[in-house]
Design a protein around this ligand. Structure first.
Ligand SMILES: Nc1c(NC[C@H](O)[C@H](O)[C@H](O)CO)[nH]c(=O)[nH]c1=O
Ligand SMILES: CC(=O)[C@@H](O)COP(=O)(O)O
Length: 235
């Protein structure tokens, strides 16, 4: 017997329908993309059936792509934690980050810069800043350059895992939440890894505004996108 596709769709179990992150049933949804274009995502219903079981079919929604925007930055606040060690590298990285914030219309008063002695110290400060609820993302900037001993590995690995943990652990302590900052996400403040880990100084300088670009600028861009993603879609 030929199956009426439309009938099947109309009787699809609700539980199989796609829900958005706020628990709302499928409906045209505005989705912002980093190239600033806007697409309309529709909860499209697609029915299929298997020969052996005419009542077995899938109802799926159109895949929705959630990304942060680089252009809708109003109200987003950022912190930059920067290591003084190898300042000849970290200062241009910081400048790249600040220029990028400016280029993408983040106001100067919405950016705070915190200096720490070395890359090893970045994470503990990033976590504190994340927990402060003052920032939508934290950019971490440092330059670890290999020396003669294994110290490099300890500092580089600690910086990387520390920054990751800082992002995951950015849950503010109860009772310390200023009411006027209530719009900042409760947990998981993105902490962006802008720490260079290089075999030599030449590699580092190349990545701090030299021929390989400016990784500080890239980190700031990542911070904007992640802050926007969390603010727009993941709250
Ligand atoms: N060698 C580098 C360091 N070392 C210093 C450590 O980060 C830290 O300040 C010290 O061990 C005290 O805890 N830091 C860098 O950022 N880059 C390096 O190449
Ligand atoms: C990554 C570092 O701490 C580095 O400067 C250490 O150099 P060394 O291994 O020669 O002590």
């Amino acid at each position: 017997m030929a199956l009426n596709l439309k009938t099947l769709v109309n009787h699809a179990p609700l539980s199989s329908s796609r829900q958005d992150i706020h628990g709302v049933s499928p409906k045209p949804t505005s989705i912002s993309f980093s190239n600033s274009s806007c697409l309309q995502g529709f909860g499209t219903q697609i029915a299929t059936h298997r020969k052996k079981d005419p009542f077995s079919f899938q109802q799926t929604a159109a895949v929705r792509h959630l990304t942060g925007s680089l252009t809708h930055n109003e109200g987003l606040r950022f912190a930059v934690v920067v290591a003084r060690f190898n300042e000849i590298v970290t200062r241009p990285l910081l400048e790249g980050a600040l220029e990028t914030f400016k280029k993408y219309s983040v106001k100067e008063e919405d950016v705070d810069v915190v200096w720490v002695p070395g890359s090893f110290e970045i994470a503990v400060v990033a976590e504190r800043l994340g927990k402060s609820r003052k920032y939508h993302a934290v950019v971490c900037i440092g330059a670890v350059v290999r020396g003669d001993t294994t110290h490099y590995d300890a500092v580089a690995n600690s910086a990387a895992s520390g920054v990751l943990s800082a992002g995951l652990n950015s849950v503010p302590a109860c009772g310390l939440l200023p009411e006027n900052l209530a719009s900042v996400p409760l947990e998981g403040v993105p902490c962006i890894f802008g720490v260079l880990t290089c075999d030599n100084m030449e590699q580092a300088l190349n990545r701090a505004g030299g021929k390989s670009g400016n990784k500080g600028a890239e980190a700031a861009l990542t911070a904007i996108e992640m802050a926007s993603l969390f603010e727009s879609h993941l709250k």
